[in-house]
Design a protein around this ligand. Sequence first.
Ligand code: ATP
Length: 293
Amino acid sequence: MSLDASTSVRAEEADEAASDSITEPRNHRTQNNTSQALSVRFDNVCRAFPGKNSNEPHVVLKDITLDVVPGEVLAILGPSGSGKSTLLRAASGLDAPTRGTVLIDGTPVNGIDDRCAVAFQEPRLLPWQNIHKNVELGLPQGTPKAEAQERVRRLLELVELDDYAHLRPREVSGGMAQRTSLARALARRPGVLLLDEPFGALDALTRLKMQDLLLQVHEAHPTTVLLVTHDVDEALQLADRIVVLGRKPRETAASVAHVFTVPGDRPRNRSDEQLGRMRLTLLSGLGVDTHRH
Ligand SMILES: Nc1ncnc2c1ncn2[C@@H]1O[C@H](COP(=O)(O)OP(=O)(O)OP(=O)(O)O)[C@@H](O)[C@H]1O
C-alpha cells in the first residue's frame, strides 16, 4: 500500500491495515519473481491477555505446536472465542505470543511480517478508489510500472473482475468486494496467505462460488494458506488438513484438540460419503449434537 493510502485508513483499522502496508518480501523470491510458498511453525505458542475483573491473566491459547508445510491449505476451526483469529494474528505479526514463537520459513516472526498477506471478513477497501486501484495498493512498493499493470490485470482476470475494474467499492456486490480484497492480498505474492473468515459475511451461494474461486486462485498461486472459518463444509472443501482448537473443561485456554487430514484431491465432491463422516466427527468435536443429523 502506498504511503498516502496507508495513512488515510481509519484509525480503528490501523493495526490490521498495517498488514497491507507490507513491502516486497526480501528473501523469498524465485528468479522469475513468483513467490515461494513458505512453511509456518507454531512452536509452543501461548497468548494471554490481562484479566478483565481479576489479576489472573485471561489465557486464550496454550501450547500450540503445529507445522504447516509450504503450499498447504490449513483450515482452523474452533468454537467462538477459542483464539482462531488470535493465532492468525500471531502468524502475521499483528499480535505477538506471550510465550513461544511463530516461525515462517524457519525465521521467527517479529513484528508485522512482509512474507504474509491477510484478508479479513470485511474487505476493507478504500471507498474513494476504484477496484483496479484497490488491487494495485497491494503491490509491493517499487514494483516497476509495466509489471504492476500486468500483475493487476492478471489478478483482476483471475478473480473475474476485469470488467468492473473502474467501479468503486460501493458500486459492487459483497462478493465482488471480497474478490477485490483477495486479489489485493495476492498482489504481494505472499509466501503465506492468512484468511480470517474471508467469506463469512457472504450469502450461501456466493460463498460456494468464492470457495471454488479460492481453489482456482490457489492453483494459480500455490502459496501456503491458513484459513480461519466457522464453516465445517468450507474447511472440508478447501483444506488439506483441519485443525480444531478446543478447551478442556473448566479451562479458558484453547489448544490443538484434533488435526484431521482431509481425504481426496480438490475439488472434492461435496456429497462424498467419507467427507460426510468427517463432517459429523468435526461437528461433534465442536460440540454440535449430531444425532439428529
Ligand atoms: N486485544 C485483546 N485484548 C483482550 N482480549 C482479547 C484481545 N484479542 C482477543 N482477545 C480475547 O481472546 C479470545 C479469543 O478471541 P479470538 O477473536 O481470537 O477468538 P475466535 O476463535 O477467532 O472467535 P470468533 O470465532 O468468535 O471470531 C476472546 O475471549 C477475546 O476476547
